[in-house]
Ligand binder design. Sequence first.
Ligand code: ADP
Ligand code: MG
Length: 713
Amino acid sequence: MSVAASSAPPAAALADVGRVAVASLPGVGPAAAHKLAALGLHELQDLWFHLPLRYEDRTRLTPIAELQVGGCAQVVGRVSAVERGFRFRPQLRVALQDDSAATLTLRLFHFQRAQAERFVPGARVLCHGEVRHGQYGLEFIHPEYRILPEAAPVLLPECLTPVYPTTAGIGQQRIGAIVARALERLPDEAALELIPPALRHETGLASLRDSLLTLHRPPRDADVAALLAGRHPAQRRLAFEELLAHHLGLRQLRERVRARRAHALAGGGGLAQRLRAALPFALTTAQQRVAAQIDADLARSTPMLRLVQGDVGSGKTVLAALAAARAIEAGTQVALVAPTELLAEQHLQTLQAWFTPLGIAPVWLAGKVAGRARGNALAAVAAGAPLVVGTHALMQEAVTFARLGLVIVDEQHRFGVHQRLSLSEKGRQGDLVPHQLVLTATPIPRTLAMAAYADLDVSVVDELPPGRTPVRTVLVSAARRAEVVARIREACGQGRQAYWVCTLIEEAEVAEAGPSRASDAQAAQVAWQELGAALPGLRVGLVHGRLKPRDKQATMQAFKAGELDVLVATTVIEVGVDVPNASLMVIDNAERLGLAQLHQLRGRVGRGAQASSCVLLYQGPLSALARARLQVLRETSDGFRIAEKDLELRGPGEVLGTRQTGAVEFRIADLARDGELLPLVQRVGARLREQAPEAAQRIVARWVGAAVHYAGA
Ligand code: ADP
Ligand code: MG
């Protein structure tokens, strides 16, 4: 937040009451401010945007006779009996009756004597609690209650009562009071609304001030169902502004990079042409189109920022190679970075095969390259070696390039925005930065791409190379494992190869347990032994993340060369691995993986001419939702449709794979729910940047905390 403050125009910051520290509120001392900071609440405006999780309705009373078990309700009644007792622990039971003549029991386990003594028969009590079945009919356990003075009218709030996210040491009442105090300082519409009135009018969205007040204090007739579903117009207004802020932040980032210069890589065409001529296939129309877009970008002296999106197997590698050839023939260096060592190695092999005949030997530089080999590689890069391939580690280390002109990042979604930026910094020479080409095999739904990659131009390779046969996908219960093994035997008997993918644990669990994939690797180990025993005469190999890179590579190589029939693997093979003769894939515990990930895995087969199949083994019984999810894979092989479904079912963090990197995190917006707002976000964003750049800046600061998210830009 301090970063945000320093990057906003000083005049605006001074005038902006929202930027005042929370400690300036009466009753908020340093200790409370510290606790609020733990909730991300630093400034007044953070409190304004600290929205309730849910609401309680205390605007009305429910007759005791009409209470429904399970819900919360508010009741006024008279004490008809009191009993203090001790069964296992002290307890106070108070019977209440109202005009409906029914009885409700209040039960307290923690109470003081003075407290107990105030419940005298005939006293009037207002209480709010959750209705439960008790021993003697309906009861409230530890309700909130107040003893009402005789004859005083019952005063009920006119608004629903908000329930806020809170933290240790700050109770619900306290945070509610603090937010209420902050809201007293909510400026008038003109000062709060950053979108110019004419523009806001066009959007048809509600006013920001009204929306905030509605959400903090919904009137008693508010549409509670809509509020709880996050679809109330007031919530849409806020979601819109948050998406807008995010979009504008990424655009600013893009402008910052674009303000730099890049080498204009308009080569003579010699190398790229020779590479193209030597390829064993002709480019698809989609590949030709995207290659031309990349060429046009590279020829400019502004840095390229392009995302190439294409389904698994759509042939993105060759586009990277052609771009590399372009950069090399123009006399600059190219770095190709992949997220895993395995994938980087595979690229190395592909590029070696394509470039070595053209007289260019790629340099290999991953984290594990050590000793003299490392020294040699570093020296070669510093001396201007044209093509360097490696993992992201190579960008973080003391690697210096002589003249880096192009950075290619494969499988972008695994890297966060800030990582991508560090790449560009790496190649910076004075004002010159390298061009950036980003490849992703995760078909990102359009809506998501617009929000997550607003700083990139997007190209789509929407066509698969010819001659692919669709993969037949079946769901099989793990109880029928033996049949599946028999199928492997049969396929391998016909000279085909098969993958057996073990997915014992989910990514989330891995993330929590640290980088070691012990259990995953163990599961693969066990499956490898079992399959080896069940398939005598077949050669079964094993790869998982805990093997030495050299061993992994040797096994992959053997599988690729046909020296292994079956490859047991963890999801390390998910990305990029290419073995056209493999036509059968079994995915164990398929129900544990996301659709996009399953689709990626499945993309490893169906690369050759023969019919391929994918068996999704599940641990029964499947829930209806799990079955519905897996059915999607049976029904379509269109990565974009699958991604849309995944987005619907799992949310954007999962689809983008950003849960770990934290690249996209929204407070209010939900891309699956609010994605339809994105075209409007883009339109309004463009107008704002043009007509009110300072307001745009302040919207970013308000929501994104400016540079916090895009650190290193
Ligand atoms: P991905 O987009 O998943 O990275 P790859 O670049 O690995 O896909 O390409 C998958 C396979 O398709 C590779 O074996 C590649 O050589 C081949 N390929 C790429 N383009 C074509 C094409 N136009 N015609 C035929 N095969 C192609
Ligand atoms: Mg690839």
